[in-house]
Every structure is written in C-alpha cells, then in structure tokens.
Design a protein around this ligand. Structure first.
Ligand SMILES: NC(=O)c1ccc[n+]([C@@H]2O[C@H](COP(=O)([O-])OP(=O)(O)OC[C@H]3O[C@@H](n4cnc5c(N)ncnc54)[C@H](OP(=O)(O)O)[C@@H]3O)[C@@H](O)[C@H]2O)c1
Length: 326
C-alpha cells in the first residue's frame, strides 16, 4: 500500500523538522528554547502583515513550537490563523505549542489586564496562552503620553490572569534588576520569564546572571543585533562578515546568523529570531547539532557596547523607565 501524497508531504516535514529542547520554568511548566519572532520592527516596507500567517505555519513545519507575539504587533489574528491551519493540517496539537503574547503599556491598571488578555485570546483564536508578559514596566495613556501606573498593580492583574487559567505562565519584558527585585519582594507569584534584548552588542551579562540566580528564564529579543539588518552607517560591529564570527561559522558549517543564535542558547537565553522567509526560518532553528566553546562565547561577549536596538527614549521621564541600569 502506497502513502497518499498528503501523508508523504506530512512525513517529509516531520522527518526534516528540528525540535528545540525545552527547559523548566520556575512555575513547573516547560518552555521551548527557540521562539519565532513576529514583531514588525524589522519588516520590510513591502512585507505585509499577512506574511506573518505563512511564517507561523512554516515555522511550525520546520519544528518551532514557540511563537512570540504581542498586542502592539497588531498581528495576533495572523499568528492565530497560522496556528489554526497548522493544527487543522495535523502538523501539531494545541498542547504541543507554546504561545507567548504581551500586554501593552496603556492597559496597566489591575482591572485592565484580564480584559486585555481576553482580547488577545480572541484575536489569537485560543482559550489560553502559555506565557503572558508585561511588555514594558512603563505605563502610557491611550494617546501614548506617559501615565504613572505602578507595575506592581499591573502584576496583580497578571496574577489574576494566571489564576483564571487564561495564561499558564506569567512574566515580564524589559524589566531591569531592581524592578525584578521589587516584584519578587512584593508578590506571591514570581515572573517565570524576563524577555530582554540580548545580542553581541548588548550582552546583558549582569542582568542575565541575576535572573538565573532567581530561576527566571531570560528570553532574548533582537538576537541578531546589528548583524543582518538595521544597516545604518554608525551601527556597531559585529556584522555578518565579521572575521571572528566567520571563523566560528566555518568551523561548525553554519552561518554567522546561526552562530549568533547559538551564542544565546549557550548562555541559557531563549532566542526569538524574526523571519518571514522560509529558508531563514528553517535555518534559525537548525542550531542544535553543535555548541560554542567557553572561549568562543567569551569572544562574542567582548563585542558588548551596551548599545540597544530598542531604546524608547521618549519614555525616559517615566518613574518606571528601565534602561540605564542593568
Ligand atoms: N519584548 C520586546 O520589547 C521586544 C522588542 C523587540 C523584538 N521583540 C521580539 O523579538 C523578535 C526578534 O527581534 P527583531 O525582530 O527586532 O530582530 P531580529 O530577529 O534580531 O532580526 C530580524 C531581521 O533579521 C533577518 N533575518 C532573520 N533570520 C536571518 C538569517 N538567518 N540570516 C539573515 N537575516 C536574517 C530578518 O529578515 P527576514 O524576515 O527577511 O528573514 C529581519 O530583517 C521580534 O520579532 C519580537 O517577537 C520583542
């Protein structure tokens, strides 16, 4: 008996997919150690939001089980449609997936959090997310001007979301060490994750050590830094053709982009590479058949310039502005 074409295509995808390992969060749930980024910050002008639906589907085909989105990306519907198609095509079941979304700054009052999450769930077409994050410690009004809601009040709403089962795990993003410490000192439930920028020009060694000492898992956004995009004249090294990275890439038979991602993995950080290109999506998860030596990790650490890709200076006047201290 011969398999049908559909069965053959499915078998082919299963056999070529690379599944990322998972790690344990401090609340007992497990998280896959690579996520597809769906933020629109590096999307080309010609790149429509509809491409996110296809990217999510390709990512699941390639073996990704973790997708990172946010209310402010305005693509939760497309993410949800990509997931729904992958489930309908029997590539995965819902419980094999790990979906992260984030609360935007204008919904920081305690009583706004659960309704904001319900809105995200409706767009995603899901009954729960695996991880819900406070996107920034800074609160703003609907007109984008600064507000003064304390993130401890926001965290109470996050705890409610977890208690209701709408989010299996809860965490934060862009919080500095003293802000993390303040939550930990004042809350029953600790953040499971802090999603922060990590790449060769912003290595975040102190903050990552602090998070790991509390068993809070760091997720690393903009993992390529200035390597492959944002080619402004003043962008700091390393770029994709940097000799030190090229040497490592040749040694392992990988690209320098894969070296940058593996650098995060080898430091216990979950990279969130964004791509809407099928080959690059597959390449970005094909990083589990090698690892960097300690010396190689240290060589990349030396690129650190504490230069941020994401630096929302307009919020500097907020009492909760996170950047400037580790
Ligand atoms: N929590 C936060 O505040 C926050 C902030 C920023 C970002 N994020 C999350 O992190 C994700 C990633 O960050 P990001 O979008 O800023 O930047 P990034 O993932 O570091 O870079 C994305 C850029 O790299 C290109 N690219 C991807 N894979 C490549 C490869 N293998 N070789 C060469 N080029 C490659 C992409 O182009 P193609 O698409 O054409 O491949 C795109 O131009 C976001 O999508 C979002 O989910 C979170």
């Amino acid at each position: 008996m011969y398999p049908t074409l559909a069965a053959f295509v499915l078998l082919f995808h299963i056999s070529t997919a690379v599944l990322a390992p998972t790690v344990l969060l401090n609340d007992g749930h497990r998280i896959p150690v690579v996520a597809l980024g769906t933020g629109r910050g590096t999307a080309k002008e010609s790149e429509s939001v509809d491409q996110v639906r296809q990217a999510v589907y390709w990512a699941i085909q390639a073996g990704y089980r973790h997708i990172d989105t946010a209310a402010i990306y305005f693509d939760e519907e497309q993410v949800g449609e990509g997931i729904a198609k992958a489930i309908a095509d029997k590539l995965v079941t819902r419980d094999e997936l790990f979906i992260t979304t984030k609360l935007w700054n204008d919904k920081h009052r305690t009583e706004q959090v659960v309704p904001a999450l319900r809105e995200s769930l409706k767009k995603l077409g899901l009954d729960y997310v695996d991880l819900y994050l406070i996107h920034f410690p800074v609160s703003t009004k609907e007109d984008d001007t600064l507000d003064d809601v304390d993130y401890l009040d926001t965290w109470k709403g996050m705890e409610q979301a977890k208690q209701l089962g709408l989010a299996r795990s809860i965490g934060v993003s862009n919080f500095n060490a003293s802000q993390i410490n303040r939550i930990v000192q004042n809350s029953k439930i600790w953040p499971a994750v802090n999603e922060i920028e990590v790449n060769p020009t912003l290595t975040q060694e102190d903050l990552i050590s602090y998070l790991q000492s509390l068993r809070i898992v760091p997720m690393g956004y903009s993992p390529f830094g200035f390597l492959v995009s944002r080619k402004t004249e003043n962008a700091p090294p390393p770029r994709a053709d940097d000799p030190a990275l090229v040497k490592m890439a040749q040694k392992y038979g990988k690209t320098t982009s894969q070296i940058a991602l593996r650098y995060l993995i080898d430091r216990g950080v979950i990279p969130i590479p964004k791509s809407t290109n099928q080959q690059r999506i597959a390449q970005n998860i094909d990083i589990f058949d090698f690892s960097l030596t300690k010396d190689e990790v240290n060589t990349i650490n030396k690129f650190n310039k504490n230069v941020r890709v994401i630096n929302p200076v307009d919020w500097k006047a907020s009492p909760y502005y996170p950047f400037g201290e580790y």
